[in-house]
Design a protein around this ligand. Structure first.
Ligand SMILES: [Zn+2]
Length: 476
């Protein structure tokens, strides 16, 4: 017994020492980058952004046409305030989407695409009173600019144009051809905008070194214990699919309900799906993110980040690294005293890289385990994106650009759970990086598609400075 206790004590000590050793040896590997002085962004640039926000370039659905006056109005606004872009770049309009080509001096280099989208989501009328300033005003109040598109994501369209106009004024000539692409229907899938642009470029035989889109940000104070700016360059996005589950029964009179009646059975299927979630898991990209963030965390969190073999599940949960399950629409029943013969529910899934929409379908059938329920997809079945190379030269250029402007920031690759327009360029681009330096914190995070969408004026200037510096760095 004594011997056993002794062995146990040794095992415990070894275990603690191992955990501590892993923690203490988790150190930052980021390389030092010299800070640069960013370009001056004049106040007139704010007026150009404000005016951009005022166009109601809303995407509702493919059955509600886009408002041509608003979209063409925005095109004319760009042509009038960015004259050099419009005289020196080749421009092509595809429906309401815009594509610009800035030819480079070295045709042997693959082009790079800077992209964003012109459309925004509608504003729920009932929430208008909760906005600090009207959603299509572009009003500036207390150092913030308000309106749809200040975060998602007209802001980066104008910032890219502002940076290119400034570069043209300075006489900069890109070595590598740069394309700028701004879709008009990203918020409803991007098929007619980015999709059409990508098909056009494919016909032209264009192959990109990389595309750089929205979808990553600078996270401020949202990770408990992390005090530095965290720049997340998302190198992959989850897949997307919505399945409709429909139950068919004999129905009947509500005075004689059976134990397995229609709505109750469908409800059971929903609770089964919610109770049997896809497991959290890691992929090399997530391991890398943990390795980069870990050294900057306070001791206890650092210990967890350094010992994912022991504490990984909590971190994966916080990072949302699994296929998510979200029931979103339910329908059924016609009269209060009739048991309906059918009812249905729509469940939306965001699919983790490494899994497929077919895996989701099989999971539903197995989990629901009810032959009266049929399952069919009612959305595009978008598989998870490939994971772009986070060791590539172009990734390193984006990383360097961030560090030149924000010394001390932590830059990490990541996985985005929402969808972006980059999916349309998958076949014509080596890599896709989703990032621009919009600062997201707990005062503005609800602005994405929500109430009071706004951006700090100082942050807008940083975004323009980022694109300008990026264009310069792509020339090296
Ligand atoms: Zn967006």
């Amino acid at each position: 017994m004594k011997k056993f206790l002794k062995l146990l004590a040794i095992a415990v000590v070894a275990f603690v020492l191992f955990v501590l050793l892993k923690t203490l040896t988790l150190t930052s590997k980021s390389s030092a980058v010299a800070q640069v002085t960013p370009i001056e962004v004049p106040d007139e640039a704010l007026a150009r952004l404000q005016k951009t926000i005022q166009f109601k370039t809303i995407s509702y659905s493919y059955t509600t046409p886009h408002d041509s006056i608003e979209f063409t109005g925005l095109h004319h606004h760009f042509a009038s305030v960015f004259p050099l872009v419009h005289s020196q770049l080749e421009k092509k309009t595809i429906q309401y989407s815009l594509l610009y080509k800035w030819p480079g001096t070295d045709a042997s280099l693959k082009p790079v695409l800077l992209m964003s989208h012109l459309d925004v989501v509608p504003v729920d009328e009932g929430t208008l009173k909760d906005w600090e300033a009207p959603p299509f005003s572009g009003e500036i109040k207390n150092g913030n600019i308000y309106g749809r598109g200040t975060m998602d994501d007209k802001v980066s369209v104008v910032a890219i144009l502002e940076a290119v106009e400034t570069a043209l004024k300075a006489g900069l000539k890109p070595k590598r051809t740069l394309y700028l692409a701004f879709g008009h229907d990203e918020e409803i899938g991007g098929e007619q905008g980015a999709g059409a642009i990508a098909r056009y470029l494919q016909e032209q035989g264009v192959q990109f070194e990389c595309v750089i889109d929205e979808g990553g940000e600078i996270v401020e104070g949202l990770v408990p214990g992390l005090t530095k700016d965290l720049a997340i360059i998302n190198v992959a996005e989850k897949g997307y699919v919505s399945f409709e589950l429909t139950i068919a029964t004999k129905g009947g009179h509500s005075s004689m309900p059976t134990a397995d009646n229609t709505i109750g059975s469908l409800a059971k299927a929903i609770t089964n799906l919610e109770a049997n979630q896809f497991p959290y898991k890691t992929i090399p990209l997530i391991d890398r993110q943990i390795e980069i963030m870990g050294p900057h965390m306070p001791f206890i969190q650092k210990m967890a980040f350094a010992n994912t073999w022991l504490f990984g599940s909590k971190i994966y949960e916080a990072l949302g690294t699994h296929t998510t399950t979200a029931p979103t629409i339910i329908k059924g029943g016609v009269k209060d005293n009739v048991i309906p013969t059918s009812a249905s529910v729509v469940v939306n899934f965001r699919v983790m890289p490494g899994e497929t929409t077919e895996d989701v379908l099989q999971h539903i059938i197995k989990t629901v385990n009810d032959t009266r329920i049929t399952v069919k997809s009612i959305s595009n079945r978008n598989e998870p994106s490939p994971v772009s190379d986070y060791e590539s030269a172009s990734y390193k250029i984006i990383e360097k650009t961030v560090l030149q402007l924000l010394p001390g920031a932590i830059v990490t690759p990541g996985l985005v759970s929402g969808g972006t327009d980059t999916k349309h360029y998958q076949t014509i681009s080596e890599n896709a990086y989703r990032f621009f330096p919009i600062r997201v914190n707990d005062t503005n995070i609800t602005g994405f598609h929500g109430i009071n969408e706004h951006l700090a004026v100082s942050n807008y200037k940083e975004i323009v400075q980022f694109y300008y510096q990026l264009i310069q760095n792509l020339n090296e």
